[in-house]
Write a protein that binds this ligand. Sequence first.
Ligand SMILES: Cc1cc2nc3c(=O)[nH]c(=O)nc-3n(C[C@H](O)[C@H](O)[C@H](O)COP(=O)(O)OP(=O)(O)OC[C@H]3O[C@@H](n4cnc5c(N)ncnc54)[C@H](O)[C@@H]3O)c2cc1C
Ligand SMILES: O=C(O)[C@@H]1CCCC=N1
Length: 388
Amino acid sequence: MSTTGEYDCVVIGAGVQGSFAAYQLAKSNQRTILLEQFVLPHTRGSSHGQTRIIRKAYEQDFYAHMMEECYELWAQLEREAGVKLYRQTGLLVMGPENSQKYQQFKSTLQRNKVPMVTLTRDNFSQHIPHVNLAEGDGAVVDITAGILYADRALKTVQGQFQKLGGIIRDKEKVTDIEPGPVVTVSTTAGVYRAKSVVITAGPWANRLLAHTGLQLPLEVVRINVCYWKEKVPGSYDVKQRFPSFILTEGEESKDDIYGLPSNEYPGLMKICHHMGSETDPDQRDKQTDRSDIDILQRYVARCFPGLLPEPAVVESCMYTLTPDRHFVLDCHPTYGNIVIGAGFSGHGFKFGPIVGKILCELSLGEVPSYDLSPFRIRRFQAKTKSAL
Ligand SMILES: Cc1cc2nc3c(=O)[nH]c(=O)nc-3n(C[C@H](O)[C@H](O)[C@H](O)COP(=O)(O)OP(=O)(O)OC[C@H]3O[C@@H](n4cnc5c(N)ncnc54)[C@H](O)[C@@H]3O)c2cc1C
Ligand SMILES: O=C(O)[C@@H]1CCCC=N1
């Protein structure tokens, strides 16, 4: 059966960003439909899994600044829906004391007056047992950081959107977008017309953007999500107040390694490498490169003596990377009523509520609440190709 409809806005992609954009649009009294290619919930994009880190510890002030409001929006959603989405764990940031990156994390926390504790080599193991701090590394804790219950958050925001009258159509893949003052969106099940369209298609962003004559410099990589077994159950448990962590640079890799305390799978701690191997999003499971796992095994053996250095569980997820690792939050350069949220580069979940708000503002033609210059498409210049 074919469906047609007229809406104020069509949002394409029901990951964390599209779901929050749709929710914000419905809150602004916009007749909104959210289209998703797979049956919800699914594990084939970037927003699945039980947990994500939330933090203000960043190298850049603009992220720390956005997170101020974002924490409030998460708490607002928790109150509205009566569910718990955030748990404070603190975030331990470790890295070479003299490196620019580690110092930037530290100074962003200080400048933004984020409650923090600096650990010395002498008191480190008293506060953080069962972790070896590498020679020359510094350690600082962002006290306000924690974990978000990701799957639950997605279900909650989609539920709140529906309560506001929003419509979700899953198992409905968008096959064409015809730009114009009224945009026509065709799917495997019907045709929709709307004053504006928000594209939040995660790893499939460029597939959708091709219909609008635009290609962004995005790279999709598969991440092996590794869980490591505690030798003594409870050693790294969230209930023992073990923190989440980021290592900004280590002996094993120039890219971050990060971890979350044992929580979703009892006795298993999640530790991942913040980089993976390129993949086609429709062929994710054909990408079998394990070099990230090799890096992690060496790291776990060196720094987490209480974990078995062989992952007990490996799941899959994808990052959509921009060259500078900053998001794309902008209107289409030719069609102002097509709004794009893309390239969340493996750190976008925590920003969901604020990304949703910004995409809603762009879609309504309002002045965005934040300076979007780090996120504008024009920063790519020569790298942005016309697909026409
Ligand atoms: C292993 C891992 C760990 C991470 N850790 C953190 C963390 O600790 N903290 C943090 O803040 N962030 C983290 N991230 C990043 C964060 O999860 C992502 O930035 C975020 O989920 C991206 O959401 P999205 O909505 O852009 O993409 P997605 O979740 O992929 O959503 C896009 C949706 O669009 C749909 N779609 C695509 N094409 C079509 C079409 N043609 N028609 C209809 N629907 C379509 C897809 O099916 C998909 O559901 C992590 C990511 C991974 C993979
Ligand atoms: O966004 C996050 O907090 C995590 C941890 C650091 C690397 C990427 N994702």
